[in-house]
Design a protein around this ligand. Sequence first.
Ligand SMILES: NC(=O)c1ccc[n+]([C@@H]2O[C@H](COP(=O)([O-])OP(=O)(O)OC[C@H]3O[C@@H](n4cnc5c(N)ncnc54)[C@H](O)[C@@H]3O)[C@@H](O)[C@H]2O)c1
Length: 360
Amino acid sequence: MPHVFPQLDYKPEMPKRLDHGVGIIGAGGIVNYAHLPAYKKAGFHVVGIVDKNRERAERTAAQHGIPKVYATVAELLGDDNVELVDVAVYPKEQAAIVEQATAVGKHLLCQKPFADEYAIAVRNVELAERAKVKIAVNQQMRWDAGIRCARLLMDEGWLGTPTYATIQVHCNTNWSLWPWIYQGKRVEIMFHSIHYIDSLRFLMGEPAYVFTSGSRGVGETTQAETKTLTVWEYSSGLQVLIDVCHTTWQDDPYAIFRFEGAEGVIKGTIGLMYNYPTGRPDTLEFMSKRNPGYWFSARLDSMWIPDAFVGPMASLMRAIEDGSEPETSGRDNLRTLQIVFAEYRSMAEKRAVRPEEITA
Ligand SMILES: NC(=O)c1ccc[n+]([C@@H]2O[C@H](COP(=O)([O-])OP(=O)(O)OC[C@H]3O[C@@H](n4cnc5c(N)ncnc54)[C@H](O)[C@@H]3O)[C@@H](O)[C@H]2O)c1
């Protein structure tokens, strides 16, 4: 019997225990403004932190009440109180940490992108599987309120068979927060749209083909793409459009999603992208043939930063407790990365690419 009203219980499912010891590697921006505020709200137990810039680790520890600062990654990994490692460093550095942590049997929450080469991501997953430790990826947009509510509405049948999905974000990104990203060869898809790719997979499943056009704004100094237009094609006839531009100078930035199905429509805004990293709550509205003529709107009281950052960590802790796989496991993330690299191949070769073409 379908519900007359939707059940939008979108907050993350919490682990049974909150005292799993978390050791953090990297004391940069995202740890300070997202990971640690989220963990404080959730009541997670952070044991200690390390950064190759010790002063940064000390400042972060003092600001967030973390009891221990380690001198080295090896020292953190050698602490028996650390049950799982929360990694928030650049992808190039992350691979070495995965190798060290799996060798001593620590569970891992890695930052996105899980790796900047597909073969390295596969290796990360294999190392964790061999060591019998859990490995998850911080693709926390799946727990962002608008996306999670859309999933719940779809699970309850309000949308019906999906026919069209889009995420469109035109904003003005301050790349000076991440100068090392802007100087790289891959920017927009690898570090930003990877969230939309993972969320759209979560909602719509795996596309058969992807086609991407990438470009830059006038006068930009990066060699990489900062504007992308992407189409995904599904064998069911479902079409997906991802339209992202980071160089919008106009004073009307927008960040919207819209999901259409045979039975309904879900649409809303991605609050974080209106003024990153402060953000604002998402909005969500939907209409369904079950209640023709009525648009429902939900009032969402949580934010992508920091609230959604509870999701991947809670999911990893639950997986440790019951032996299941984290929702955003390393293995699941290989599919997200196949699409990321398929989109880059599509850009380079000017053709539609099947994600399965990407192999290690
Ligand atoms: N929404 C998100 O999920 C989100 C948002 C922003 C950044 N990120 C990701 O988080 C990662 C870090 O981003 P950031 O903005 O915090 O960068 P940042 O430059 O502010 O901080 C990175 C920190 O890691 C430290 N570090 C680097 N390598 C290390 C190593 N081997 N051992 C110990 N410390 C090391 C650096 O000294 C620095 O303090 C990036 O991979 C980025 O893609 C994710």
